[in-house]
Design a protein around this ligand. Structure first.
Ligand code: EPU
Length: 327
């Protein structure tokens, strides 16, 4: 399974690739009959695996297809199959001159995985354009449609994330628009404010350049992107933190103050660019943990726990993991 994880960690497992809804149903039936737990694989860009995976049947939906239809006036519905790379969907949408998902450019992974953690970057989240998803209900053995408000989307969070054995995402439908609607609040996209004839492609190009400069390409430096979530703390917790860390950058958000975990890793855990054996944090963005060789799941877990421990010891804040560990 290490080949199915962008951080290249995992033991042997049984994997079925399904190309149709019928094959998907059959694979689920086989898992049920064999007493195996179903785990759905996208491109594994947010997942790593334990050595012993004998209780799982891994199912990879290889569903393809992207289409876009006019809904009304300037509004379009784009439907994409779960096996498409999400970035190919963004490229398609940008090519049509549609606004809505351009800020999510270059997020690695499949379309089916995008709603699971409500992918987000540069001030946009999938939930902002998500209309519905066609899913297979594993328990009830039938296909159905789920609407946005049934998915309980939150920051890096959804119903799917909390109920991993419940649904298999077959396709998603997004609402995009040709009306000029850029989201340019997040740095460095604010540099595009006021640019003449700004297009979704201009935004995509800047996001691409920014990500390339900061984030490691998992094909060269295996990683699963941000390993931890950013956190929201209360006013009291922020004031306590500022006693020892007066320079901590924070953003006021709904429910409190958002503290960048990258900052805590760099300045509190002092772990920016830290390497222990084959595991380390990326020197330009320490929220990303990289496998520099033949790291194991145990090594990743120990490394991540040590970062959490140091930060908790000094600040009382416990970083929450964002990446899935399948064990
Ligand atoms: N920072 C540091 N040191 C660093 C890097 C960042 O202290 O080396 C601090 C700075 O204060 C900076 C702040 O962290 O202003 C935020 O950094 P950045 O803009 O790079 O974003 P992030 O909050 O660390 C989040 C997402 C990324 C996404 C970027 C851009 C999470 C967990 N991560 O990172 O998502 O690309 O914003 O929107 O929310 C991913 O999920 O894999 C991912 C890369």
């Amino acid at each position: 399974m290490k080949e199915c994880s962008s951080i290249r960690v995992g033991g042997e497992g049984d994997l079925v690739v399904v190309k149709s809804e019928e094959e998907l149903k059959e694979a689920v039936m086989h898992a049920k009959a064999s007493g195996l737990r179903v785990h759905i694989l996208g491109q594994g860009t947010n997942t790593y695996f334990a050595e012993d995976l004998s209780k799982y049947l891994f199912i990879k939906p290889d569903f393809k297809g992207i289409e876009c239809n006019l809904l009304r006036a300037t509004s379009y519905l784009l439907q994409a199959a779960s096996g498409e790379s999400f970035d190919d969907v963004i490229q398609y949408s940008v090519d049509q001159g549609l606004w809505g998902i351009e800020n999510l450019s270059r997020i690695p992974g499949s379309t089916g995985a995008a709603p699971v953690q409500n992918v987000g970057a540069y001030g946009s989240e999938l939930k902002d354009t998500f209309v519905s998803s066609r899913v297979f209900d594993i328990e009830e053995n039938l296909f159905k449609d789920l609407l946005n408000d049934e998915c309980n989307f939150g920051y890096r969070d959804s119903f799917f994330k909390h109920n991993p054995g419940k649904y298999i995402i077959v396709s998603i439908t997004l609402n995009l628009t040709k009306e000029f609607k850029p989201t340019l609040g997040y740095k460095p996209l604010d540099t595009l404010v006021g640019k003449e004839n700004l297009t979704p492609k201009d935004v995509r190009d800047l996001v691409t350049a920014t990500r390339l400069a900061k984030l490691p390409d998992w094909k060269k430096f295996p990683n699963t992107g941000s390993f931890f979530k950013n956190i929201v703390i209360t006013k009291e917790a922020l004031e306590a933190l500022k006693v020892n860390y007066p320079n901590i950058p924070v953003n006021e958000v709904v429910g409190g103050y958002k503290v960048p975990s990258a900052w805590l890793i760099e300045h509190v855990a002092e772990a920016k660019g830290l390497k222990v054996g084959d595991i380390g944090t990326w020197e330009k963005q320490p929220l990303v943990i990289v496998n520099y060789g033949n790291a194991t799941a145990d090594e990743i877990n120990a490394f991540a726990s040590e970062i959490q421990r140091k930060i908790e010891e000094k600040t009382g804040i416990k970083l929450e993991r964002e990446v899935n560990f399948i064990s």
